[in-house]
Ligand binder design. Structure first.
Ligand SMILES: Cc1cc2nc3c(=O)[nH]c(=O)nc-3n(C[C@H](O)[C@H](O)[C@H](O)COP(=O)(O)OP(=O)(O)OC[C@H]3O[C@@H](n4cnc5c(N)ncnc54)[C@H](O)[C@@H]3O)c2cc1C
Length: 504
C-alpha cells in the first residue's frame, strides 16, 4: 500500500475476538469463502468472553443450514434444548403472564390478520385466547415438542454459549481459519487514511490485515477505542444497564421456552439446557444495587448454584457506524439492545451475512459502507422498538422503576405502532424487519393494549361460519399438541448429550 491509498485488494481478514461474535464470523467466512479469503482470528484466554447469550431465535436454524451444520450434532455438542417462545411473567401486572411464541396466530387473509377475526369472535361471545390458535404456543404451554418433515414448527434453541463458541471454533478451523492466542496490545493505523493495518500482540507478534472485524465485546477495541466511532445511547428507552448471571442444576425437565420474570427493577431470565439451567437478573442500577440484585437472584433461582454470580455492566444502544473505514463491528462491539428478546446472536448473523453480501473484495468503497450502515441502523431500531414496547406498555406502578417505564417518552416509530394497534388492531411488519405481525400482536395484547376496533371485513363472515372457523382451528391445534411427545422425551431420543455429569 502506498502512503495515501487504502487497500485496493481485500484478502486478509483479521477477526479480533473469539466470543460468540468472533466465532460466528469465522464460521461464516470460512465456510462460504474458503480459499477466497485468508482469515485469522485473535483471541485472548486471559480476557475471556462474556459467556452468556444462551437463548436464540429461529433464524439461527437458517444460518446452521447454510453452514451445513448438522442439527443433532450441534444440539448434542452444545447441550441444547428446543425453544418455542418466551413466557413473560409479571410484565403487564404482577401475577399476569403471556407467551410470545415463534408461531403464527391462526390463518390470515390478504386483507387483515387473523387476530381481527379473533377479536370479532370475542365481540360475538366466543371466549378464547389468541394463543389457542397458535400451535407453537400451545405446544410450549404443554411442554411438548417434536420436529419432523410433516410438522413444521417454528423453533429455536437454548444453548451453552461457551460450548457453542468452542463448537464453532472447531468447525471454522476445519475450514481453514487460523487462530492466534494472545492479547492485543496495540492497534496500528495508516498515518493518513486512519485505516487499520495491523494488530500487535503482547508477545510482539504482528498480525497484518486488509480488513478487520471487531468482535472484542463491549470494549470495542478497534471500532471505538481506536477509531472513536461513537455510540448512540438508548438508556432513556431501555433503562436496564446491569445483569448478574448464575448457573444452577436442573430441578426438572426443561421447558421448551425461556422464562423472563419481571421484578421491581428489571427482570430475571431462566434458560433450561440439557445439563443445567442458565439464570440471570437484569436490572437498572439506578433502582437496584448490585448486592440486592445478587441476593434477589440467589433467593429466587431453583436448584443448587454451580458458579459464583458476577455483575456485568452494559449500556443499551448502538455504535453510530457498524462499519467504519476497514473495520466492521459485530456482537457486543456493535451495540447491545439488552437480552429480553434474545436478539444479539441473530444480529451477529445478519451482520456477517450483510458483510459477505457487500464484501469489499476490490477495496472499501464509501457507498457500500453507507449502505451497510443504513441497513444495520434500520434493523437495530425496529428491534429496539419491539423491546421498548415491553417496558412501556405496563400497568405496573408498584415500584419507581415501573413508574418510570410507564411514563417515559418512547421513539415516535413505536408510539405510532401502539396508537394504530390500540385504535384498530392494526399491526405491521416493515421491510427487512425481524418481528412479524404475529409477534407484535402477541406482545401488544399480552402487555394489555386492547384495540378499540378491528377490521370490518370480519363481519362478512356469518356467526355460524365464525364459530366453525375458530372452533375448527382450535380443535385441530389441540389434537396435534395432544399427539406430540414431551420435550424431554424428544430430546432423549433425538439429541441427548452424552455428558452425564454437570460440570458447571
Ligand atoms: C447479560 C447478557 C445476556 C445475554 N443473553 C443473550 C441471549 O439470551 N441471547 C442472545 O442472542 N444474546 C445474548 N446476549 C448477547 C451475547 O452474549 C453476545 O451477543 C455474544 O456473546 C457475543 O459476545 P461477543 O463475542 O461480542 O463478546 P465477548 O463474549 O465479550 O467476546 C470478546 C472476545 O474478544 C476478546 N478480546 C477482547 N479484548 C481483547 C484483546 N485486547 N486482545 C485479544 N482478544 C481480546 C476476548 O478474549 C473474547 O474472545 C447477552 C448478553 C449479556 C450481556
Amino acid at each position: 500500500m502506498n502512503t495515501t491509498e487504502v487497500p485496493t485488494q481485500v484478502r486478509r481478514v483479521v477477526i479480533a475476538g473469539g466470543g460468540t461474535a468472533g466465532w460466528i464470523a469465522a464460521a461464516a467466512l470460512s465456510r462460504q469463502l474458503e480459499g477466497v479469503l485468508d482469515v485469522t482470528l485473535v483471541e485472548s484466554d486471559e480476557i475471556g468472553t462474556v459467556g452468556v447469550g444462551e437463548s436464540t431465535i429461529p433464524p439461527l436454524r437458517v444460518f446452521h443450514k447454510l453452514m451445513k451444520i448438522d442439527e443433532q450434532e450441534f444440539m448434542r455438542g452444545t447441550e441444547a434444548t428446543f425453544k418455542l417462545g418466551i413466557l413473560f411473567e409479571n410484565w403487564r401486572k404482577q401475577g399476569d403472564h403471556y407467551i410470545h411464541s415463534f408461531g403464527r396466530n391462526g390463518k390470515s387473509t390478504w386483507l387483515c390478520e387473523f387476530h381481527h377475526f379473533w377479536l370479532h369472535g370475542l365481540a360475538r361471545g366466543i371466549q378464547s385466547e389468541l394463543g389457542d390458535y397458535c400451535l407453537e404456543l400451545q405446544a410450549a404451554k404443554a411442554g411438548k415438542f417434536a420436529t419432523s418433515p410433516q410438522l413444521d414448527l417454528n423453533y429455536a434453541y437454548h444453548l451453552d454459549a461457551t460450548v457453542y463458541a468452542r463448537f464453532l471454533r472447531k468447525f471454522s478451523e476445519k475450514h481453514g481459519i487460523k487462530r492466534v492466542e494472545g492479547k492485543i496490545r496495540q492497534v496500528k493505523q495508516h498515518a493518513e487514511s486512519g485505516f487499520i493495518e495491523s494488530l500487535v500482540l503482547e508477545s510482539g507478534q504482528v498480525i497484518e490485515g486488509d480488513f478487520f472485524i471487531d468482535c472484542t465485546g463491549f470494549r470495542g477495541l478497534l471500532i471505538e477505542q481506536t477509531l472513536k466511532t461513537g455510540y448512540e445511547d438508548w438508556t432513556h428507552w431501555l433503562p436496564c444497564d446491569s445483569a448478574v448471571p448464575v448457573q444452577t442444576e436442573s430441578v426438572g425437565p426443561p421447558a421448551p421456552y425461556t422464562r423472563v420474570i419481571a421484578h421491581e427493577a428489571g427482570w430475571r431470565w431462566r434458560i433450561p439446557l440439557q445439563h443445567r439451567v442458565g439464570n440471570g437478573l437484569v436490572y437498572c442500577s439506578r433502582y437496584m444495587s448490585d448486592d440486592d440484585a445478587t441476593r434477589k437472584l440467589l433467593q429466587d433461582v431453583e436448584g443448587r448454584t454451580l458458579i459464583e454470580p458476577r455483575v456485568i455492566r452494559f449500556r443499551t444502544g448502538r455504535r453510530r457506524q457498524a462499519w467504519n473505514k476497514n473495520v466492521l463491528a459485530l456482537g457486543l462491539a456493535s451495540g447491545f439492545h439488552e437480552p429480553l428478546e434474545s436478539t444479539s446472536i441473530h444480529l451477529i448473523i445478519t451482520g456477517i451475512t450483510r458483510l459477505m453480501q457487500l464484501f469489499p473484495f476490490s477495496g472499501v468503497t464509501q457507498a457500500f459502507v453507507d449502505q451497510y450502515n443504513r441497513e444495520s441502523q434500520a434493523e437495530a431500531e425496529k428491534i429496539r422498538d419491539f423491546i421498548v414496547l415491553h417496558y412501556k406498555a405496563t400497568e405496573r406502578d408498584d415500584s419507581p422503576f415501573w413508574r418510570h417505564c410507564a411514563s417515559m417518552a418512547i421513539p415516535d416509530t413505536l408510539a405510532q405502532r401502539i396508537e394504530m394497534f390500540r385504535e384498530s388492531a392494526h399491526a405491521y411488519q416493515l421491510d427487512a424487519e425481524l418481528f412479524r405481525v404475529d409477534s407484535w400482536a402477541q406482545v401488544m395484547l399480552g402487555q394489555g393494549i386492547t384495540p378499540r376496533h378491528y377490521h370490518q371485513v370480519t363481519k362478512m363472515m356469518s356467526d355460524q361460519d365464525l364459530v366453525r372457523f375458530l372452533g375448527g382451528m382450535k380443535a385441530q391445534i389441540a389434537q396435534v399438541v395432544e399427539r406430540l411427545p414431551a420435550h424431554q422425551d424428544f430430546i432423549d431420543q433425538y439429541c441427548k448429550s452424552v455428558r452425564e455429569t454437570v460440570d458447571g
